[in-house]
Design a protein around this ligand. Structure first.
Ligand SMILES: NC(=O)c1ccc[n+]([C@@H]2O[C@H](COP(=O)([O-])OP(=O)(O)OC[C@H]3O[C@@H](n4cnc5c(N)ncnc54)[C@H](O)[C@@H]3O)[C@@H](O)[C@H]2O)c1
Length: 290
């Protein structure tokens, strides 16, 4: 089975990026969100970003050609003929279950249903789907337009054919698949990343260092492009905290448990770049203050 068109559910940070990646790879894309304002914002963001790719000569097509492949809609029904659907709604297990249940009633037997969840076990979503063997995880990293890695996660119920088709699809859209062989909360890369982020927050909480110094040190020492706090602000502290919680709930291991400092920031609505305040402060255009 070859994937020719894709549906993307949820047009926020990740959904808009995933839609753009698929369109740049030549696929027809239907981008669905229940919020018309989210669709509008996504279209603006995608147009700007594709323009940048074209300006830098990173794509061989005109911006307009790429943009014409994306259709925005608020109707889930519009996804009925998609070869693959990649779900990117909020990191909320009940919402995702609901979306998967509804999608199962809309799509055919052949459609692959993928979730871009950061941590929720895929079997949770397969279990409520009509064709669980076609359900899997495709975990992109932010910003999806730039980051090459995508985790490909099978649930306990995913068929080997689904894994093979999805892995080929990820390569076809120019990404590098990492297969995760067992369906565990947090999958592979966040299982490694979260404990170090938790430790970084604790060290700041205890007054042993500062947000700025931890980030600078991590960049300089380990060749990372961003430190853990910079990454947190880009991902969204709410999104990261929920993903840490899902991983903690399954493992009961405190190394995944979001420290109080992070919990309070989320309560205060200081979620990172999207709210202009997180570990750092940001200007309207998303650039860092100071
Ligand atoms: N933020 C990251 O860096 C990152 C990285 C990898 C994976 N993820 C995962 O991707 C998913 C989305 O995260 P995000 O940061 O893009 O969130 P976001 O808040 O930017 O976007 C979520 C979108 O989902 C829409 N939505 C909500 N309910 C819906 C429904 N029933 N039908 C259609 N659309 C609906 C919202 O209107 C919103 O536009 C989450 O599961 C998250 O864990 C996030």
């Amino acid at each position: 089975m070859k994937i020719r068109n894709a549906g993307v559910v949820g047009a926020g940070l990740m959904g808009s990026g995933v839609a753009q990646v698929c369109a740049q790879a030549g696929l027809q894309v239907i981008l669905m969100d229940i919020e018309p304002s989210a669709l509008e914002k996504a279209q603006e963001q995608i147009a700007w970003s594709v323009g940048k790719f074209a300006e830098k000569g990173k794509i061989n097509e005109d911006r307009e050609v790429v943009l014409a492949r994306i259709t925005a809609t608020s109707e889930l029904q519009a996804l009925k003929d998609a070869d693959i659907i990649i779900e990117n709604v909020y990191e909320d297990i009940d919402l995702k279950r609901e979306v998967f249940k509804t999608l199962s009633g809309v799509t055919g037997e052949e459609t692959l249903l993928a979730s871009d969840t950061s941590a929720i076990p895929i079997t949770e979503l397969a279990a409520v789907s009509r064709y669980p063997e076609r359900v899997l995880g495709l975990h992109f990293f932010s910003p999806a337009q730039m980051m090459r890695v995508v985790e490909v996660i099978g649930s306990t119920l995913t068929s080997p054919e689904t894994m093979a088709v999805a892995t080929a699809f990820i390569k076809a859209i120019g990404k590098d698949p990492i297969r995760v062989e067992r369906d565990v909360a947090g999958f592979l890369l966040n299982r490694i990343n979260f404990p170090s982020t938790v430790e970084a927050i604790r060290l700041v909480e205890e007054g042993i260092s500062t947000v700025e110094d931890v980030d600078r040190g991590m960049r300089l020492a380990f060749g990372r492009k961003m430190g853990p706090f910079e990454t947190g602000d880009m991902v969204g502290l709410d999104v990261m905290m929920k993903a840490m919680m899902s991983t903690y709930e399954e493992t009961k291991d405190m190394k995944f448990y979001p420290p109080v400092l992070m919990q309070r920031k989320v309560l205060a609505g200081h979620l990172g770049i999207k709210t202009r305040k997180g570990w750092y402060d940001y200007n309207e255009d998303g650039s860092r203050k100071g």
